[in-house]
Design a protein around this ligand. Sequence first.
Ligand code: SF4
Length: 270
Amino acid sequence: MLGTSHAFDLYVAKGAGSYVCGEETALLESLEGKRGIVRAKPPMPALTGLYGKPTVINNVITLATVPVIFAKGAAFYRDFGMGRSHGTLPFQIAGNVKQGGLAELAFGVTLRELVYEYGGGTASGRPARAVQVGGPLGTYLPESQWDIPLDYEAYAKVGAVVGHGGLVIHDDTSNLAELAQYAMHFCAIESCGKCTPCRIGSTRGEEVIAKIREGDTSVRQITLLRELCDTMVAGSLCAMGGMTPFPVISALDHFPKDFGLPRTPAQKAA
Ligand code: SF4
């Protein structure tokens, strides 16, 4: 390897398709031939990983950046991006969009550029209304946040996540309460079931949002939903249950009308 005496064999193992098997310890369980259930940490996989051995786990995006760094040097790669988010990310543009696909760009690009310059706007031709960033557990961003540069710190400041750079675009016919309910449903069917906030919380969350959508917009229901989300964020063992509230709360905060709630003063002014 690279002129050294080191050599290695490469095996590709196909996953069983479960969403939570993207979590590093569930991935290890799956590779060991077991059901994909999240392990409690510590011990971290770097100490006790695959078959109990120290294991380094990186995602595909990280590994894909290695060849260019070897070929052109770290300084070349560091020159891309902004702030502490160096390099590039292959953004996955999907949903209601004219030109879906991958666009590998430096961190710092904005959602507006991705939606309109790279995506060509919505496939329906209607105005875009919300973009979910970071995957199925990512935050919904309203148009007022589309000029924030896509870098980890800037997104964290507004409670959003860049994640793996997946974008799902929705036009003005979308109903964010329906999408919030779907997020809870997704968590309920994909949960590994190990911890209570995720396993039970997602099912109860789906029920509470259904009640709100049926017209019970009482303070009690909204408080219940927010408290349930707080519990999931604070008490879940992994990001599956810990991040499911992100699409739910962002939908509730930025698109209250879809839940049958009045708009906030800031939204009225916008
Ligand atoms: S948060 Fe959900 S997916 Fe993660 S360990 Fe708990 S039950 Fe499993």
